[in-house]
Write a protein that binds this ligand. Structure first.
Ligand code: CP
Ligand code: NVA
Length: 308
């Protein structure tokens, strides 16, 4: 892979993305067959978390272990960062001990700063602006569910809609879909559109990245994706958002407008009964747990490609 870090989907060329998908597919089948494969033996991944996590933490920690390495969980609260040590000093220090850094935090700029001063690869495990590992795992899942094996051309025939908040997940999906020429529409209430700069960059790459405020835009979708209406760090807006987003709920009536074999996706954690109803998330169209599993395989591929 050409890039040293994965801070944003924009760090990746199309070839890098395809290499990640191919590597993830190979690692997944190796793991399913029970074969041990430990190319990262002796390597350590520091995992800095300043926000909660279930999937990202467990999939990175178990992923590095399966590849023969060690995952070191570091709470943002317990590092000297909290007492004012600079990001650059933290990056330069960690680089002397470990072979990679995964970080989940609030400010995207902080992750850029960390990468700038780190001698070892930095992987973004979610910021307020992006969630690149999630988007990569998601499109890998779509590829498995909707296209014959690794036929990325097949992705171009799909209608992919994201409905809800134009958040970090939507931003990373926009960039990724643009790079792969996937027809992708983000449907949000007015005022909750994805990041303007990211949308403009995505649109420059592909005309098939669109925004809409109309729920009717889900018609004939092959893939319908939603995420929480209130992301981590926005909790004080929760009550207002519950009202504004109500018409954008993924429920049986909305799903009936999509193609009968439309897959329903959610990065999880879900707020059941808010952005998605129980019958839909537990229904036959839902692929949310396969999607969650694929975080493991895709991140193992990312670590292998960046840390070998
Ligand atoms: N989807 C995701 O990143 O989940 P966690 O917040 O549990 O890591
Ligand atoms: N958009 C959500 C994703 C959680 C994995 C958040 O940032 O809270």
């Amino acid at each position: 892979m050409k890039t040293k870090h994965l801070v944003s989907i924009s760090d990746l060329e199309k070839e890098d993305i395809l290499e990640i998908f191919e590597t993830a597919a190979a690692l997944k089948s190796k793991q399913k067959s029970g074969k041990k494969y430990t190319p990262l033996e002796g390597k350590t991944l520091a995992m800095i978390f300043s926000k909660p996590s279930t999937r990202t933490r467990v999939s990175f920690e178990t992923g590095i272990y399966q590849l023969g390495g060690l995952g070191l969980f570091l709470s943002g609260q317990e590092l000297q960062l909290r007492r004012g040590e600079t990001i650059s000093d933290t990056a330069r220090t960690l680089s002397r001990y470990i072979n990679g850094i995964m970080i989940r935090t609030f400010s995207h700029n902080d992750v850029e700063e960390l990468a700038k001063h780190s001698d070892v690869p930095v992987i973004n495990g979610l910021t307020d602006l992006e969630h690149p590992c999630q988007a990569l795992g998601d499109v890998f899942t779509i590829l498995e569910k909707k296209c014959s094996k690794s036929d990325v051309q097949g992705l171009k025939k799909l209608k992919f809609v994201f409905i809800g908040d134009g958040n970090n997940v939507a931003n990373s999906l926009m960039l990724l879909c643009a790079k792969l020429s996937i027809n992708f529409t983000v449907i949000t209430p007015a005022g909750y559109e994805p990041d303007k700069n990211i949308f403009n960059s995505a649109k420059e790459i592909s005309p098939d990245i669109k925004l809409s405020n109309e729920v009717a835009g889900v018609a004939a979708a092959d893939v319908m994706y939603t995420d929480v209406w209130t992301s981590m760090g926005k909790d004080e807006e929760r009550e207002k958002r519950l009202q504004v987003f109500k018409p954008y709920q993924v429920n049986a009536s909305l799903l009936s407008k999509a193609k009968p074999d439309c897959i329903v996706m959610h990065c999880l954690p879900a707020k059941r009964g808010e952005e998605i109803t129980n019958d839909v998330i537990d229904g036959k169209n839902s692929v949310v747990f396969d999607q969650a599993e694929n975080r493991l395989h895709i991140q193992k591929a990312i670590m292998l490609l960046l840390m070998s």
